[in-house]
Design a protein around this ligand. Structure first.
Ligand code: ATP
Length: 276
């Protein structure tokens, strides 16, 4: 049983004809988290946006995408718009892009919740207050009265997570939601994703370059390269028993990077060695 089934997804540039994702199939199980990893340009974002039907008009797609048995590819844009937010909720890398820069955050929140639930203003403020406090956003009312540029990247991501808590979508698609954040905010936002899953029991597709984030969050992993899924499997064993050379390369390059970082930052091992 799956909540989302992607079959034979093909994505190409409608202008040049260049095929960007040749033929992808995968599924998302209820209440589970599927991570998509792979180098830059491997087709992760195009795949996520294809599910949401949010790729640019010049990008074309074919294949079948079914969500809870409904074939999304056959839905009219109006119907799709009804499902975005409530059924399928996307959290982007850059929180700034998710909000209208000309309005305070509260306007976006109100519009979204009125559209999907028809709640009145005070109901919305009350629900958002609870949700924002639960993701450690103090002074929710003050935050809702701020413009996106007045909040940090980490705060914007937490606003998006708190909106998800209130919307309770079936599926959350998070496209590198922590990559633009400093390491403290990254850790905090990642922990909020863990709590979000526990709280609303949603299913999640999580795109990340950071394998430590993937290990913390994901149940299953897809490894993409040049538009193709080259490996897939259980998150707990994929990285220790990777079959594909490219997955092993990803794991070893991240380990090297972490070692290098520890060396540069003078972690305990290096400090003691250096002081001998
Ligand atoms: N609007 C577009 N028009 C043409 N080609 C595109 C467009 N968007 C993406 N591509 C191409 O499709 C390929 C996959 O891009 P995609 O953004 O999905 O990669 P990604 O794996 O998400 O990379 P990153 O990790 O850097 O976000 C790349 O070669 C990219 O140049």
């Amino acid at each position: 049983m799956s909540i989302l089934q992607v079959s034979n997804l093909r994505i190409w540039d409608g202008i040049t004809g260049k095929v960007l994702v040749p033929n992808s199939s995968f599924e998302l199980k209820p209440e589970s988290c599927l991570a998509i990893v792979g180098e830059s340009g491997s087709g992760k974002s195009l795949t996520c946006r294809a599910i949401m039907k949010l790729n640019k008009k010049t990008i074309r797609q074919s294949g079948d995408i079914s969500c809870n048995g409904v074939r999304l590819n056959q839905l009219a844009e109006k119907e799709m718009r009804r499902r975005r937010g409530k059924q399928l909720y996307m959290i982007l890398q850059n929180g700034m892009r998710a909000f209208d820069p000309t309005s305070v955050i509260g306007v976006h929140i109100r519009d979204t919740l009125m559209h999907h639930y028809g709640w009145n203003r005070s109901e919305i403020v009350e629900k958002m207050k609870q949700a924002m406090l639960s993701v450690r956003l103090q002074d929710p009312v003050e935050i809702m009265n701020k413009y996106p540029h007045q909040l940090s990247g980490g705060m914007l991501q937490r606003v998006m997570i708190s909106l998800a808590i209130v919307l309770e979508p079936d599926i959350i698609i998070a496209d590198e939601p922590t990559s633009a954040l400093d390491s403290v905010s990254k850790y905090e936002v990642m922990e909020q994703f863990v709590r979000l899953r526990e709280k609303i029991g949603c299913s999640m597709i999580f795109v990340s370059h950071d394998l430590s984030v993937v290990r913390r969050l994901a149940d299953e992993v897809l490894v993409m390269r040049n538009g193709n899924i080259v490996e897939r499997g259980d998150a707990s064993i994929l990285f220790s028993e990777a079959k594909h050379e490219y997955t092993r390369f990803l794991v070893s390059s991240q380990t090297e990077l972490n070692d290098h970082f520890r060396r540069v930052m003078g972690g305990p091992d290096y400090v003691s060695r250096g002081s001998r």
